[in-house]
Design a protein around this ligand. Structure first.
Ligand code: GDP
Ligand code: IMO
Ligand code: MG
Length: 459
């Protein structure tokens, strides 16, 4: 029975929220396993676009239990605001479970994030300023504050006091910033504890019990492979394990429980924040010129590429098969959901990066040295587009123009993974399964298969 990890295969914002929402109905639990409110996952609810930062996108279905796992870092204020927002939309948060072991983002983490970015100046990472890095820093240093600490005012107060001795000194002496008092933090945070208390749980045990009962779990990754602390473009990464392996440590289930890994991939690539991006089409305002700058502007406009969390304009570029192959390997991808194919309908021709060149050497694989990635020139293959044809109403692979079909097949060939799900617009119904997967011959096998399996992944 498939338990599935859904993971961003690029630099985030690939459409994870949409795909999670789409398939969540087939699962009993939907689990966030890393990151925090640096994520911005868009789901469509009725005629409204909702942005989820912390709560799993599976909240949209009555049946699925949304779980915030131990690997997530939680800002209690953001969590409570998000719960209120969802309840205002008529979506109940009663089922939500939050791991007692998840770490808490404190006000000083946010100040330290901002101060450290400011100090880096032009070398900044371009973080979301949500305190993610400093919170994970404390977790690794074994001085963090966890959700369970909110349960006991005395313990919480003691831990805040100990933390502030160091944090205030750094804020004041290193960065010349404001300091915090124990009282102001306790006053701000303890009221949230009462709201969160009914949702706190031993989520690792909950999920393992569920597995024993034969329930199905969907792990919703945030950020993306190239932002992973180990496998991403370090130091221009986030501070958590976004890749599929993180699903096990960030939730407390063993890796043997995971059956499939679904990589979410845009039909082109975007990135927010700083760091290497070989296929970037640099915007005119950033010094880009010629056709590349025009194409970059067009991708941004057609794809509405503005950050859900920060509102920043995302950097855009052509599809990069080198990182696609890399993502396939480091995540062990079994399937791909290819999103935003409709955005490419604006182009006469479409480029795909098949390899890099640097200092006269060709790289078919992700280069070992970051400096190579910084200076890599993409080797492009140009493919004919399907300009002017509206593909947003396509309901099957066969409905797509021949050039769009050829484009998908080429991406599959280059990355070595089948695109099981194709998305041609932001709505749930603008999605179909690829013709490359057929129903099994035996009827009994099909009917006994899990819905996710029978609908989207049948090999
Ligand atoms: P996530 O962080 O991976 O969940 O992605 P975001 O929500 O940050 O960004 C994806 C954006 O693309 C959202 O605004 C989605 O509504 C939108 N989107 C998702 N799939 C498609 C698609 O196939 N076509 C178009 N045009 N938009 C899409
Ligand atoms: P979703 O889940 C895109 C980027 C930031 C910055 C780097 C580090 O919506 O795909 P952080 O605040 O995490 O310390 O910032 O990571 N980043 C994202 N980029 N999508 C995201 O999330 C991101 N979360 C963080 O822009 O470059
Ligand atoms: Mg996003």
């Amino acid at each position: 029975m498939p338990n599935v990890v859904l993971v961003g295969a690029q630099w985030g914002d690939e459409g994870k929220g949409k795909v999670t929402d789409l398939i969540a109905r087939d699962f009993d639990y939907v689990v966030r396993y890393q990151g925090g409110n640096n994520a911005g996952h868009t789901v469509i609810h009725g005629d409204k676009k909702l942005a989820l930062h912390l709560i799993p996108s599976g909240i949209m279905y009555e049946k699925a239990v949304p779980v915030i796992g131990n690997g997530v870092v939680v800002n209690p204020q953001v969590l409570v605001e998000e719960m209120r927002m969802l309840e205002g939309e008529g979506l109940s948060c009663e089922r939500l479970k939050i791991s007692c072991d998840a770490h808490v983002i404190m006000p000083y983490h946010i100040e330290l994030d901002k101060a450290s970015e400011f100090r880096l100046g032009k070398n900044e990472i371009g973080t979301t300023n949500r305190g993610i890095g400093p919170c994970y820093q404390d977790k690794a240093a074994r001085s963090g504050i966890r959700i369970q600490d909110l349960l006991d005012e005395h313990v919480f107060r003691m831990k805040v006091e100990a933390a502030l001795e160091v944090k205030n000194a750094i804020l004041k002496k290193v960065y010349g910033k404001r300091t915090f008092t124990v009282d102001e933090i306790c006053e701000a945070y303890l009221p949230f504890a009462e709201i969160i208390r009914p949702h706190m749980a031993e989520t690792a045990q909950l999920l393992n019990d569920a597995l024993r009962e034969g329930k199905h779990i969907l792990f919703e990754g945030a950020q993306g492979t190239l932002l992973d602390i180990d496998h991403g473009t370090y130091p221009f990464v986030t501070s958590s394990s976004c890749c599929a392996g993180g699903a096990a440590t960030g939730s407390g289930v063993g890796p043997t429980a995971i059956d499939r890994v679904l990589g979410i991939q845009k039909a082109y690539v975007t990135r927010v924040g700083a760091g290497p991006f070989p296929t970037e089409l640099v915007y005119p305002e950033n010094g880009g010129e010629g056709q590349d700058a025009i194409d970059g502007d067009l991708l941004c406009a057609e794809g509405r590429e503005y950050g859900v969390t920060t509102g920043r304009k995302r950097r855009c570029g052509w599809f990069d098969a080198v990182i696609a192959r890399y993502a396939a390997e480091v995540n062990g991808l079994t399937d791909i959901a290819l999103t935003k194919l409709d955005v490419l309908s604006a182009f006469d021709t479409i480029k795909v990066c098949v390899a890099y060149e640097c200092n006269g050497k060709r790289y078919d694989y992700f280069p070992m040295q970051q400096s190579v990635l910084f200076h890599a020139k993409p080797v492009y293959k140009t493919m004919p587009g399907w300009k002017g044809e509206d593909i947003t109403k396509a309901k099957s692979f066969e409905d797509l123009p021949a050039n769009a079909q050829a484009y998908i097949e080429e991406l599959e060939r280059l990355s070595g993974v089948k695109a099981t799900i194709i998305s041609v617009g932001p709505d749930r119904d603008q999605t179909f399964t690829s013709r490359l997967r057929r129903r099994p011959k035996s009827k009994s096998a099909a009917s006994s298969a899990h819905p996710f399996c029978s609908k989207f992944i049948v090999s």
